[in-house]
Design a protein around this ligand. Sequence first.
Ligand SMILES: O=P(O)(O)OC[C@H]1O[C@H](O[C@H]2O[C@H](CO)[C@@H](O)[C@H](O)[C@H]2O)[C@H](O)[C@@H](O)[C@@H]1O
Length: 262
Amino acid sequence: MSIDGELREALARLAKVDKLLVALDFDGVVAPIVPRAEDARPLPATGDAVVRLAALPHTWTAYVSGRSLASLVAVASPDTRTLLIGSHGAEVRLGGEEQPVTLDPDQRDALDILHRVFTEIASQAPGTWVEEKPAGRVLHTRQADREDAAAAVTGAKKLLAARSDIFLKDGKEVLEGSVVHATKGEGLAFLRQVTEADAVFFAGDDVTDEDGFHALETGDVGLKVGDGETAAAFRVGSPEDVADVVDLLARLRSELPAQRTP
Ligand SMILES: O=P(O)(O)OC[C@H]1O[C@H](O[C@H]2O[C@H](CO)[C@@H](O)[C@H](O)[C@H]2O)[C@H](O)[C@@H](O)[C@@H]1O
């Protein structure tokens, strides 16, 4: 892909900041969307650029994902330098050290109810299935007939409408439910704080990534992948394009004289 001039300029500016955080959503950004969640894998070019960035001084890389940490680690195989935000902000791994989510008794009861509703719906809608996370459940509909998928999501939302302790989010052919209120915006703000980054690059493709784009500040760069409304300043079409962008950022930053000596 030829990278648009304004995006190229923004990357060149970003590459020069003292402390840089490069944060990427996983599914649909680092890894192309696939029918089965467990089959998603990073594009090699993106994974390689992330490793090169993480090796540079004053440069942090992060995956900011809706997946549970366990699922993210299984599919992304990140090295321990890459910071991880899982479950849309509810789980954190810094330097290989996990800060797992803990649930109180009321949240555990709510998770049981969420599990029962989603599994009951999935048992009646062929092609749907339920993914388990420490603080939530995901009703996957990608492999279902479109009418069955829509009916399953509508039915689940109706059954959970009165629950103020279960937070629902629409995603790409999924309905996510969580008993912990967390957003990628909070996840990014936390990473900005712990890394003391002077600027942040964030790329995302889904509606839940908009919380991340809204958390960006002056001097940051937001990159939307694919179609749909966005608060990001820049847009590319596909994960393959993201690979080109992250590779360019890694090259620009590694070419700076200050980056050559750790
Ligand atoms: O925030 P992300 O890293 O993008 O995670 C969002 C959800 O991603 C996964 O589901 C999505 O990707 C699957 C594999 O490509 C696809 O089959 C599914 O339809 C997508 O919605 C993951 O399974 C969820 O837990 C994440 O929340």
